[in-house]
Design a protein around this ligand. Structure first.
Ligand SMILES: [Zn+2]
Ligand SMILES: [Zn+2]
Length: 175
């Protein structure tokens, strides 16, 4: 993951707006986790941070576009992102080490900072569906010859391609 710390000292009550368009926030973890995704329109986050009683309210939007292969036929599919997000990040008890736990908040030389890199990577992941399909009706690839069945039918008898049936295919019947 790409750490990207923003200073959030002296936030006014009406919040402060931030913008992040450093692509490394997303390209570094995409590489690191070996995710099959490529950014086709630069990602851009714009968000406001509001100080609260014991934490911060963060509200913004993540925009851009990525190309991700379909889970069934592996055709690359472009997904436009325009995702609003809003959450409250509790600052927790402040110790001499700063904020406790695996927080995206920390104190650096006594001043609060937020890890916008970690936060915006998580927001990116939240925009992604569990399965990437080019279409609900995607037929996938023929398990026998690899033909993309959305484009043409290869004519393979795909029931026979079931490996559990192989033993029966090779069975010779002596008469
Ligand atoms: Zn597909
Ligand atoms: Zn086939």
């Amino acid at each position: 993951m790409s750490d990207f710390w923003l200073s959030i000292k002296d936030l006014p009550e009406q919040g402060r707006e931030f913008e992040v368009s450093d692509q490394e926030v997303w390209t570094v973890p995409i590489r690191e986790f070996n995710i099959q995704a490529s950014i086709t329109r630069n990602l851009h986050a714009r968000f406001s941070i509001f100080p609260g009683q014991n934490g911060y309210l963060i509200r913004g939007v993540l925009r851009g576009a990525v190309k991700i292969p379909c889970d069934r036929c592996s055709a690359a599919e472009e997904i436009g992102l325009d995702a609003a997000f809003e959450f409250f990040e509790e600052s927790g008890p402040v110790t001499d080490k700063g904020f406790g736990g695996q927080s995206i908040l920390r104190f650096s030389q006594g001043l609060p900072e937020i890890n916008a890199g970690a936060m915006l990577w998580e927001q990116f992941l939240l925009t992604q569906p569990i399965k990437h399909l080019c279409s609900d009706k995607c037929q996938g690839l023929c398990p026998k010859c690899g033909q993309n069945l959305n484009l043409a039918d290869c004519g393979c008898d795909r029931d026979e391609a079931d490996p559990r049936m192989a033993i029966f295919r090779n069975l010779k019947i002596n008469t």
